[in-house]
Write a new protein. Structure first.
Length: 117
């Protein structure tokens, strides 16, 4: 049962920007960690960015300085602002949530991001 719903993916030229959104029920949104993952064809799913209940964030080295994760508590929505996009950012992007001390167990259906060169 999908409980997180992503939107905002699409096709963009290299150097462009996209903002992904992930809406979740309050129970899910209030979990300890909300993360954005991505999976490119033939590659393993990787964590791109995470934001914790404390407000702390962390990013994969490959996106530091280009991507920003944020949350809107009033809208139960987490965002991923992606700037200076590169062709290697092409992937299906997933939103996920995890309770404290648990792995990411709640996932969205994914949204495709394609960056053309």
């Amino acid at each position: 049962q999908v409980q997180l719903v992503e939107s905002g993916g699409g096709l963009v030229q290299a150097g462009g920007s996209l903002r992904l959104s992930c809406a979740a029920p309050k129970r899910i949104f209030s979990m300890n960690s909300l993360g954005w993952f991505r999976q490119a064809p033939g590659k393993q799913r990787e964590l791109v960015a995470a934001i914790y209940y404390s407000g702390m964030t962390n990013y994969a080295d490959s996106v530091k300085g280009r991507f920003t994760i944020s949350r809107d508590n009033a809208k139960n929505t987490v965002y991923l602002q992606m700037n200076s996009l590169k062709p290697e950012d092409t992937a299906v992007y997933y939103c996920a949530a995890a309770e404290l001390g648990r792995p990411y167990e709640y996932w969205g259906q994914g949204t495709q991001v394609t960056v053309s060169s």
